[in-house]
Design a protein around this ligand. Structure first.
Ligand SMILES: *[C@@H]1O[C@H](CO)[C@@H](O)[C@H](O)[C@H]1NC(C)=O
Ligand SMILES: *[C@@H]1O[C@H](CO)[C@@H](O)[C@H](O)[C@H]1NC(C)=O
Ligand SMILES: *[C@@H]1O[C@H](CO)[C@@H](O)[C@H](O)[C@H]1NC(C)=O
Ligand SMILES: *[C@@H]1O[C@H](CO)[C@@H](O)[C@H](O)[C@H]1NC(C)=O
Ligand SMILES: *[C@@H]1O[C@H](CO)[C@@H](O)[C@H](O)[C@H]1NC(C)=O
Ligand SMILES: *[C@@H]1O[C@H](CO)[C@@H](O)[C@H](O)[C@H]1NC(C)=O
Ligand SMILES: *[C@@H]1O[C@H](CO)[C@@H](O)[C@H](O)[C@H]1NC(C)=O
Ligand SMILES: *[C@@H]1O[C@H](CO)[C@@H](O)[C@H](O)[C@H]1NC(C)=O
Ligand SMILES: *[C@@H]1O[C@H](CO)[C@@H](O)[C@H](O)[C@H]1NC(C)=O
Ligand SMILES: *[C@@H]1O[C@H](CO)[C@@H](O)[C@H](O)[C@H]1NC(C)=O
Length: 280
């Protein structure tokens, strides 16, 4: 798999992230396959990247390819389903800027940012599941009833994984009562170009990380190129998501309640959304 050959340029791990800190990102270029300046590939790549920027803000997901035969440049981008159109567009623009800068002469590269992922290559990869690189952010707050929490969360994620493969848009959200007056809100997402098995395998991989690396965290976000998930103790979907896909889920076992904070800690609240995450 080509991603195995990719060289990490940036991968900062085990960084504590407190208020005002942005979630970290991963960028990777495949330096085994370079293009030469003056060749046709970079021209096609520019067209492909420009088209991703234009199209992503419409639906939160886009693929594109320009060129013929061995000169074809393929690109794919996906925004997290809970970010707004504006945040999606901003993120994809940023992703394109960064990847151009960091992979100036490579035929293949990818970038994972807080709100979107983007990959381009000279070979078609749209239907290949890839969760080999992940940004994993665990809320530093821990649930007060670990066993119950893990069991409800595991069941909720498993249910969402089963229903997301039935959804053509490959995005679902849902919620589940955890304790009296407490609810876990969750979302899972795959790139819509994945087959059922690719989507399932990708989610299984990141859910395993969620249950181990982010064990009993009161919230987590895990993002890979092909799938991502998030859960919180409060509703977090943007009302203006570009994806039509986040539809009221049949999985909601309890209707969204006003956010509650867990009594054992006060490190997280909806107003500090995203600010006190621990990067693993
Ligand atoms: C990605 O992380 C690097 C290293 O922290 C930083 O320099 C860069 O600005 C970040 N890029 C984006 C788009 O956030
Ligand atoms: C590709 O370019 C990078 C620097 O831009 C260089 O380090 C690398 O050796 C090149 N790879 C090949 C196969 O020439
Ligand atoms: C691709 O776009 C970048 C940024 O707009 C530009 O600097 C570069 O010259 C373009 N390359 C080609 C081959 O058109
Ligand atoms: C995406 O962009 C391409 C080229 O810019 C265009 O032909 C295509 O119709 C767009 N797709 C969508 C879904 O907007
Ligand atoms: C991608 O580029 C590399 C290096 O130029 C080449 O060996 C490979 O055959 C290309 N792949 C495709 C599908 O064109
Ligand atoms: C990601 O989107 C959220 C809103 O959904 C925003 O608050 C945050 O600043 C964005 N992250 C980056 C790195 O731009
Ligand atoms: C998962 O689905 C099963 C069967 O529909 C249901 O009994 C269970 O309550 C669901 N779990 C959660 C956490 O929503
Ligand atoms: C799912 O997303 C929709 C649209 O953003 C939102 O109205 C709904 O409350 C969400 N459901 C849950 C359980 O978070
Ligand atoms: C999660 O944390 C609980 C409580 O600290 C511990 O008992 C359990 O073994 C941990 N599970 C995993 C998978 O690390
Ligand atoms: C809540 O936060 C305050 C100040 O950050 C701290 O002193 C206090 O111990 C915290 N309470 C709990 C229950 O964590």
């Amino acid at each position: 798999m080509d991603s195995l050959q990719l060289t990490f340029l940036l991968c900062l791990i085990q960084v504590f992230c407190f208020a005002k800190c942005q979630l970290q990102n991963i960028t990777s270029c495949n330096s085994a396959i370079n293009f030469t300046s003056g060749s046709i590939f970079p021209v096609n790549l520019n067209l492909t990247l420009a088209s991703l920027v234009v199209n992503a803000s419409i639906s939160g997901f886009a693929t594109s390819s320009f060129g013929q035969d061995t000169n074809t440049a393929y690109g794919l981008t996906q925004c997290r389903a809970y970010v707004s159109k504006e945040q999606c567009q901003t993120c994809v623009e940023k992703a394109v800027r960064e990847i151009r800068q960091l992979c100036p002469s490579q035929k293949e590269g990818f970038i994972l940012l807080e709100n979107c992922s983007l990959k381009y290559s000279n070979q078609s990869f749209f239907s290949t599941a890839d969760s080999s690189s992940k940004i994993t952010n665990c809320n530093v707050g821990k649930a007060s009833q670990p066993a119950l929490f893990q069991s409800v969360l595991g069941s909720l994620m498993s249910n969402l994984s089963s229903s997301v493969i039935l959804s053509p848009s490959r995005v679902v959200n849902g919620s589940s009562a955890y304790m009296d007056f407490k609810t876990i809100y969750a979302m899972v997402q795959c790139t819509p170009t994945l087959e059922v098995s690719g989507c399932s395998n990708c989610l299984q991989d990141i859910i395993t990380d969620m249950l181990t690396v982010c064990n009993i965290s009161k919230g987590s976000r895990i993002s890979s190129l092909s799938c991502d998930l998030r859960y919180e103790m409060y509703p977090f979907s943007s009302t203006d998501s570009p994806t039509p896909a986040i539809s009221p889920s049949p999985l909601s076992s309890q209707y969204p309640l006003p956010p509650e904070s867990d009594s054992t800690t006060n490190s997280t609240s909806p107003s500090s959304n995203g600010n006190d995450f621990l990067l693993q």
